[in-house]
Ligand binder design. Structure first.
Ligand SMILES: [Zn+2]
Length: 474
């Protein structure tokens, strides 16, 4: 017996030893960067962003025709507001509304940089109008903020990049590397006619960029438990997106004599089966890089968990939502309270983890639910994007730019659950990243596509500085 306990103690000690060894071996991956001087942007930049907001470049649905007056008005506004940019850069309009600017670099051997954004915005939910601090398309400027649809998503980015270029031109700056500014017009409905076409156009010209950068990563404040410093999340990949309709068809009947298998009950069972049989959590790329970069910055016990995913995988991966998610979003069935319907349908939305596909998700659904339920893909579908590198030279440059501007910020790579136009650019850029230094906390997060979308003047200045320095650093 004594031998047994000694043996157990030995095993425990070995485990603790491994845990501690891995924890202390984990060293910070943050780079030292030359501090970057602040550049002066006048208050006019707030007026410009405010004006940009007043053009109602709304995307309603994939099939809806864009409001040409709003887009053309917006394009005219850009020409008037950024004269140097329009005189020195070439501009092509792709599919009438998407914009592709090109600032030719002096050294053709250097691969281009592509800075992305989108011009369209989501509509405002009419019943929530009254809850806004100012009308969503008024472009109100307060002492501290610019309010309106598009300030965060995503006109703020486009206007900031153009301000940076205009400023660099006014300083007679000449880039060695070619810069493209690509701004789609339908990101909010999938980007199929905008960003996808821009990418196809660049591909046809044989463009291979060093890096494309887009929205979809940010400066997270107070969102990582135990970390006080802001965390700059550079998203290297995005999850896929697929919805499937579950359809149950029966002969229906009179509700006084319900059959054993009722249409609605069968559908409900299928939904419950899916929710009870979630797709597994997996430690895939780029989650592994996220652990490596985030781990060393965490308080001791969380760091120990991140340093030892072999033991704490489940908790970590659940915290990061590292699996294909299952979300029932629409349900429909029945016409009258005494009639058993002949049809009932539900739509389930999945956000697909890298490594899985639309096909593998469909196979999973069919293996989990009754074969009496039909499964059909519905609406926009896309596989997960490829995963860019967290070790490339572009990543290092990007990281140095961020650390040069904000030395206290922790830079980590990640995976974004939502979709962006960036997914179309993997074929024409070596690395595709999602990051602009918009500061987000749990409160401002809900303003995306929500009520009171707004950006602080201070934070907008940071996005301007970042855009300016990023172009220079490349
Ligand atoms: Zn967006």
């Amino acid at each position: 017996m004594k031998k047994f306990f000694l043996g157990l103690l030995f095993v425990l000690l070995v485990i603790v030893g491994i845990l501690l060894f891995n924890t202390f071996r984990m060293s910070s991956k943050q780079v030292e960067a030359e501090p970057l001087a602040k550049v002066d942007f006048s208050d006019q930049v707030y007026q410009n962003l405010s004006k940009a907001i007043t053009y109602q470049t709304i995307s309603l649905s994939e099939d809806a025709i864009p409001d040409s007056a709003a887009f053309f008005g917006f394009h005219r506004f850009l020409e008037e507001t950024f004269p140097l940019t329009h005189a020195n850069l070439s501009l092509e309009k792709i599919n009438t509304y998407s914009l592709l600017y090109k600032w030719e670099g002096s050294d053709p051997s250097k691969k281009p940089l592509i800075m992305m954004s989108h011009q369209d915005v989501v509509p405002v939910d009419q019943p929530t109008l009254g809850a806004w601090e100012a009308a969503p398309f008024e472009g109100k400027i307060t002492d501290t903020h610019i309010i309106g649809r598009g300030t965060m998503d995503d006109k703020g980015t486009l206007i900031a990049v153009l301000e940076a270029v205009e400023k660099l031109l006014s300083e007679n700056y000449k880039p060695t590397r070619t810069l493209y500014i690509a701004s789609g017009h339908d990101e909010e409905v999938g980007g199929g006619k905008g960003a996808a076409e821009i990418a196809a156009h660049l591909k046809a010209q044989g463009v291979q960029a060093a890096m494309a950068i887009d929205e979809g990563g940010y400066l997270a404040e107070g969102l990582v438990p135990g970390v006080n410093a802001p965390v700059a999340i550079i998203n290297l990949a995005e999850k896929g997106f697929a919805s499937f309709r579950l359809i149950v068809e029966t002969n229906g009947g009179h509700s006084s004599a319900p059959p054993r298998e009722n249409t609605i009950g069968m559908l409900a069972q299928a939904i419950v089966d899916l929710e009870n049989n979630q797709l597994p959590y997996k430690l895939v790329k780029p989650i592994d890089s996220q652990l490596e970069y985030m781990g060393p910055e965490l308080p001791f016990f969380t760091r120990m968990a991140f340093a030892n995913p072999w033991l704490f995988k489940k908790q970590i991966l659940e915290g990061l939502n590292a699996h294909t998610t299952t979300a029932p979003t629409i349900i429909d069935g029945g016409v009258k309270n005494n009639v058993i319907p002949t049809v009932a349908e539900a739509t389930i939305n999945f956000r697909i983890l890298p490594g899985e596909t639309i096909e593998s998700v469909k196979a999973h659904i069919e293996s989990v639910i009754s074969e009496k339920v039909r499964v059909e893909p519905v609406g926009f579908l896309t596989n997960p994007s490829p995963v860019s590198s967290a070790d490339s030279e572009s990543y290092q440059r990007l990281q140095r730019t961020i650390r040069g501007l904000y030395p206290d910020v922790i830079v980590v790579p990640g995976l974004v659950g939502g979709g962006t136009d960036a997914r179309y650019f993997y074929e024409i850029a070596e690395d595709v990243y999602r990051f602009y230094p918009m500061r987000l906390n749990s409160e401002s997060m809900s303003r995306f596509h929500g009520i009171d979308e707004k950006i602080s003047k201070e934070n907008y200045q940071e996005i301007l500085q970042f855009s300016y320095q990023l172009i220079r650093n490349f």
